[in-house]
Design a protein around this ligand. Structure first.
Ligand code: TXA
Ligand code: MG
Length: 321
């Protein structure tokens, strides 16, 4: 049985013990809930893939307590160290060359010689990582291809009994996955847009390549870029200003009068950060078979709005084939 109970020190200790025993623990981060396992334990990591029914080629992010813990696994340069120290703890994942013999399960990087590292800011994630004192591999705590969970109940809804313990930390403040930044090449590249914006990164790094939309003919650099990744069960129609009577409508700003069968606003005040935080919960709430689809209002393609649009395009692509 999955349990979601108030979190105190005893529960954190139990969670750390479970991780040490090769078990799974779902925990909140400031972005989305993660499904964690000891990143050094092959069987434990395999259990993540099994619980998520996730394709094995998709590598996982390794969560650690701080930058010095990250140095055990990733080969930092002065540059990547400066980026880490500025943005960690926080919603930025750094892809770095993996240190040989660092002890990580090979399943974690799915065969790549790089590792994705992140120091989450959520206090419960911090407490768990400090208590466990080891690397925690954690993808979002949902079945592969489903929307990422931003509340504890989303985790149990999606994964059911596959996860033994869910630490309930309330709603995720950011509500959208971390930005994935590849620092392995000569030029930094964004592999996934997220809560830390390209503008924020460019202020520190200069020009950054946007590798988040792979060219059709080339293999994706980050397997999470595969189009079928973020998808409600009913079709999504983006940039919609005219919802139809059989559609649900995810508005942006004041929805005004419309024909939709149901309407929720991603941000009544028209704030892209609020829209990001509410995106997955809103899609989830509207993802019901009684609707022909979800019409989503145009979202400004600035700052974190770019990540929102990226997720929405992927959700559209999932129904295109
Ligand atoms: O906000 C987040 O990042 C959440 C929370 C739980 O930390 N985690 C998350 O993990 O979204 P996941 O597994 O759903 O997404 C990991 C992303 C995928 O796009 C994956 O392909 C990419 O990171 N990734 C992981 N390791 C990589 C590597 N070595 N090289 C390139 N991309 C990598
Ligand atoms: Mg995910």
């Amino acid at each position: 049985m999955s349990t979601s109970i108030p979190v105190d020190e005893t529960v954190i200790a139990e969670a750390a013990t479970r991780l040490g025993d090769g078990g799974l623990v779902a925990f909140p981060t400031e972005t989305v809930y993660g499904l964690g396992a000891d990143a050094r334990n092959d069987e434990a990591v395999a259990r993540i893939f099994a619980a998520k029914e996730r394709p094995r080629f998709n590598p996982l992010i390794v969560h650690v307590a701080d930058r010095s813990a990250a140095e055990v696994f990733g080969a930092f340069t002065d540059n990547s160290r400066a980026i880490a120290d500025h943005f960690w703890p926080g919603p930025l994942t750094l892809v770095l060359p993996c240190r040989p013999d660092c002890g990580l399960s090979l399943l974690v990087s799915a065969g790549l010689d790089t590792v994705a590292l992140r120091v989450p800011a959520h206090p419960l994630a911090q407490e768990l990582l400090a208590r466990f004192a080891g690397p925690v591999a954690a993808p979002s705590a949902n079945r592969a291809g489903e929307i990422s969970p931003t509340r504890a109940v989303h985790v149990t809804d999606s994964l059911g009994d596959a996860v033994g313990l869910v630490l309930d930390g309330g709603d995720c403040i950011v509500g959208l996955e971390s930005t994935v930044l590849d620092l392995c090449g000569a030029r930094p590249a964004i592999l996934r847009h997220g809560a830390i914006t390209r503008e924020q990164l460019e202020r520190r790094l200069g020009d950054i390549e946007d590798a988040s939309i792979p060219e059709a003919e080339t293999a994706p650099r980050s397997p999470g870029q595969i189009a079928r990744h973020y998808a409600p069960k009913i079709p999504i129609r983006i940039d919609a200003t005219d919802p139809r009577a059989d559609e649900a409508y995810a508005a942006f700003g004041d929805p005004g009068a419309n024909d939709a069968a149901a309407t929720l606003s991603l941000s009544p005040s028209g704030d892209v950060i609020e829209a990001a935080a509410r995106l997955f919960a809103t899609l989830r709430a509207l993802d019901r078979s009684e609707f022909a689809g979800i019409a989503v209002a145009p979202i400004p393609d600035v700052g974190i709005g770019r990540a929102v649009n990226d997720r929405l395009r992927r959700a559209t692509a999932a129904h295109a084939d």
